[in-house]
Design a protein around this ligand. Structure first.
Ligand SMILES: *Cc1c(COP(=O)(O)O)cnc(C)c1O
Length: 439
């Protein structure tokens, strides 16, 4: 009887003709999930504490958005396959969402619906990789899905820095210096994850001028456009599309706190028709033919999600974020190894510099975060994951009680690992405080 149990076939007798694709490992190695796995791998998680940040205490989606999904399911009109570029209704809804102040208005044929912003990134990388020598300019720190998909699509990555001392503006001189005739695009993340800044109109104008000078397009990742709580208003990059072509990426994941719903978009701000003439539009449309369409249910619900969620929903969430930033900055004063150079005015993180010289046995940001997971069951993102060594990203989009707990754990961790001099200072500070409260 033929069979392939280990008795019949051991490694010496059988030659299996297949093997896994190593290219996957190369690309996956730069993803966040892989890095989190590494952090948890050696963890014993025996602190007896629940893992923070928790999903249960993060901000909730709006009831109107949930209702929109229910209505789409019940309509019975969204059970078939959707058209590859997206349904007309969904594309129209995104157009109405984005058009606002744009000097050149979008129409539905300029918009494609994707499975979240991440799929939009994948489609773009695949569509831009025609020239085998192509390179793309990514921000440092940045969002690692760009790196992973560039590796996967064989697009060379070149990094430009965001300057902490200049509100995390782009170092445009450096950007110009690293570009060459094979550079096809630059990625702009605005509002910026992880730095939490929002770019000014003037800076974006300069970015557009630079892109024009270099002959490249700007891909503007605006997934956080509804999570802005500082004084500076968010300006869409599409405002500058008459200077250089702009491809805007967005989704409802962050603004509506529904990253699991997987719906996003690509919008071609191409007022001078360059993206069409260079075949980029065609490449994207062809690529969409090859990928599964996002859920018709979500596309059907999109207009109501975007339009019926009241302004108060976002105002309330942004107000809570403003409060969380204040609390975080206050609590960070007790944790001298972490410093915030600029208060965030967008997104849901605080991006802090780690000074390992204040700590006894911590080698770097990855070591810091790994030990923190082990000892405190607290998950922070090490800066290396985003290309910036010895920085750390703390998620602060949570309820106040949980935020306090996050900083308590950080404070305890710092006190245990601080170098002796620091330990003495922390102790005497605590003793003084006790003394003060007794007197
Ligand atoms: C979260 C995030 C994404 C991915 O968004 P999805 O819509 O959930 O795929 C893309 N870019 C940035 C900068 C992000 O923070």
């Amino acid at each position: 009887m033929a069979g392939n149990s280990s008795d019949d076939c051991n490694a010496n007798e059988c030659v299996w003709r297949f093997k896994g694709n190593d290219a996957m490992s190369d690309a996956a190695a730069v993803t966040l999930r892989k890095l989190f796995f590494e952090m948890f791998k050696n963890g014993n998680l025996n602190s007896g504490k629940t893992i923070l940040p928790s999903v249960t205490h993060s901000f909730k989606p709006s009831p109107q958005a949930e209702e929109a999904i229910v209505a789409a399911v019940r309509s019975g009109t969204a059970n078939s396959y959707a058209p590859s570029p997206g349904t007309f209704n969904a594309r129209r809804a995104v157009v109405d969402y984005l058009n606002g102040e744009l000097p050149t208005k979008l129409s539905p044929e300029h918009v494609y619906i994707t499975g979240g912003c991440n799929q939009a990134i994948e489609i773009l990388m695949d569509s831009l990789s025609g020239n085998p020598a192509a390179n793309i300019l990514l921000p440092r720190p940045g969002y690692p899905h760009y790196d992973a998909r560039a590796v996967y699509s064989h697009v060379e990555v070149r990094k430009y820095d965001l300057l902490p001392e200049r509100d995390f503006e782009i170092d445009l001189n450096e950007l110009e210096a690293i570009a060459d005739e094979n550079t096809v695009a630059m990625i702009l993340i605005n509002p910026n994850n992880p730095c939490g800044n929002v770019y000014s109109y003037d800076h974006l104008n300069k970015v557009a001028e630079m892109a024009r000078k270099l002959g490249i397009m700007v891909i503007s990742d605006e997934v956080y456009d509804h999570v802005v709580f500082g004084d500076r208003p968010f300006v869409p990059m599409g405002m500058f599309a008459s200077i250089a072509p702009v491809i805007t990426l967005g989704s409802i994941s962050k603004g509506w706190v529904v990253p699991g719903w997987r719906i996003g978009w690509i919008a071609m701000n191409d007022s001078i028709g360059i993206l069409k003439h260079t075949g980029v539009v065609q490449a994207i449309e062809d690529c969409l033919e090859l990928t599964p369409q996002p859920s018709f249910i979500l596309q059907e619900a999109l207009r109501d999600i975007l339009e019926k969620t009241p302004k108060e929903y976002f105002d309330k969430k942004n107000k809570a974020m403003r409060r969380n930033v204040e609390i975080s900055c206050e609590r960070l004063k007790d944790i001298p190894c972490l410093s915030c150079l600029k208060k965030p005015e967008s997104c849901s993180y605080i991006w802090v510099k780690l000074d390992t010289s204040q700590l006894d046995d911590i080698k770097n940001d990855f070591d810091f975060c790994t030990k923190l997971v082990n000892e405190e069951s607290l998950v922070l993102l090490p800066g290396v994951a985003l290309g910036a060594k010895n920085w750390v990203r703390i998620s602060i989009g949570t309820e106040e009680s949980e935020l306090e707990e996050i900083f308590e754990r950080l404070k305890g961790f710092h006190a245990r690992h601080a170098i002796s001099k620091q330990a003495i200072e922390v102790n005497s500070h605590t003793i003084n405080q006790k003394f003060v409260s007794v007197t």
